[in-house]
Design a protein around this ligand. Structure first.
Ligand SMILES: C[C@H](O)[C@H](O)[C@@H](O)C(=O)CO
Ligand SMILES: [Mn+2]
Length: 417
């Protein structure tokens, strides 16, 4: 019966969209091939498996909701559980501190691909491809400066770490027969006024050049800027200008994190400019609330605008969509599912936009008509297409997953102490 209703609503939606020149089946086929890169760190509040030290580097996971994953098996179990509620096939984005260290302390300048062998196998078994991140935070040598540290020994330590991470990403990419995207984000900055802005940026540039000296075939680099970290409010070495300059000059992928810009800046607006100058873009889809708070992504204007711009720029093959939020105040599997499905819904809405008609109006200077259709497009029955997409993919339709996640909490995560 439910299936019948979903099908009926879908058929009506199909006709309605056809009237404005949109092919819903084509939109669903396109969405089927868009993989999100799920961030492993939502499962355990960015703790990782290295030590029990606290989270540093100007980032914070706030909240104390019970049941977070405590070890590699639990992270894997929770990620698979979350992925089971998502239509399509998705990737997993690992941070270096999530290596399979088997209880041994492996310092960051000693890590190698052997500590990720079980991840590579697990990912293949579960039809997930891997992405990767070096980790410069939550370590005794993190301090306020890592790759931009004037102390050569500390700087060399982090250069070595990041070089090793690239080799790990290369191995992941080779084994999965698809490039592993490796993100470099460092927290480097200053709490108070610095009189050495230039010096730190020169050092960061030099460190990056050393790190990227080796050319690889199976991994791709991306570099992520930020406005400021907590405790590092006055200056960020890796600012947006710094990384755009570096990325354009060295043809590296730029990572745009939605929480890493001034609150009134539009991240969506940046895509069309950057795509003219860098080969590809990585997104960290997030929801900043007043600051880079990493709230769970929802289908708000920012997420919709971003997805619309990817589609309007015809850049689905050049923009990679990663998630980056870590809310420790609600059920963590639920957080994954809400954020990932919100991103997919936004992408579907973008794919269903009557873009040909809108562009025709714009070309003819029919500006009332353009604005009217933009408004009316907001209430076209995209949700009927989404329900059909979920049904086809054999994942819960609508709010059905809520009870299921509650059950997983009762049976599994609530038993973790
Ligand atoms: C844990 C990640 O590296 C981190 O979220 C980074 O991508 C970031 O956005 C820091 O604010
Ligand atoms: Mn990020």
């Amino acid at each position: 019966m439910k299936e019948e209703l979903i099908t009926k609503a879908y058929e009506i939606a199909k006709e309605r969209y056809a009237a404005v020149g949109v092919d819903v089946d084509k939109a669903m086929d396109t969405l089927q091939n868009i993989s999100l890169s799920l961030h492993c760190w939502q499962a355990d509040d960015v703790a990782g498996f290295e030590s029990n030290g606290s989270l540093t580097g100007g980032i914070q996971a706030t909240g104390n909701y019970p049941g977070k994953a405590r070890n590699i098996d639990e992270v894997r179990q929770d990620v698979l559980k979350a992925a089971s509620y998502l239509p399509g096939t998705h990737r997993l984005n690992l941070h270096e501190i999530y290596g399979d260290f088997q209880g041994k302390f492996v310092d960051r300048d000693q890590v190698d691909a052997s500590y990720f062998e079980s991840w590579i196998q697990w990912a293949a078994e579960n039809n997930m491809k891997l992405d990767f991140n070096s980790t410069s935070f939550s370590h005794p040598k993190s301090g306020n400066l890592s790759l931009a540290n004037p102390d050569k020994a500390i700087r060399d330590f982090w250069v070595e770490h990041t070089i090793r991470c690239r080799a790990i990403a290369e191995e992941m990419g080779k084994r999965q027969n698809d490039p592993c995207i490796m993100n470099v984000w460092v927290h480097d900055g200053s709490k108070d006024i610095t009189v050495n802005r230039m010096q730190y940026r020169e050092l960061l540039k030099d460190s990056l050049d050393r790190i990227f000296a080796t050319e690889y075939k199976n991994m791709k680099d991306c570099i992520e800027s930020k406005v400021f970290g907590i405790g590092l409010e006055s200056y960020t070495v890796g600012s947006n200008d710094f990384y755009i300059g570096y990325g354009v000059n060295r043809q590296k992928m730029i990572t745009l994190d939605m929480g890493h810009f001034h609150p009134t800046e539009s991240v969506a607006d940046k895509l069309s400019s950057l795509l003219l100058y860098v080969p590809e873009i990585m997104l960290h889809v997030s929801r900043p609330v007043r600051w880079d708070s990493d709230h769970v992504t929802i289908m708000n204007d920012e997420t919709l605008d971003l997805c619309q711009e990817i589609v309007r720029c015809n850049a689905l093959d050049r923009v990679h969509i990663g998630l980056d939020f870590f809310d420790a105040s609600i059920n963590r599997i639920g957080a994954y599912v809400i954020g990932a499905r919100a991103t997919q819904k936004s992408m579907l809405r973008a794919l269903l936009e009557p873009i040909a008609k809108l562009r025709e109006y714009e070309a003819n200077n029919q500006l009332f008509e353009r604005l009217a259709l933009l408004e009316e497009a907001k209430v076209l029955p995209w949700n009927a297409v989404w329900d059909m997409f979920c049904l086809k993919n054999n994942v819960p339709v609508g709010e059905e997953y809520i009870a299921d996640i509650e059950k997983y909490e009762a049976d599994v995560t609530s038993k973790r102490c």
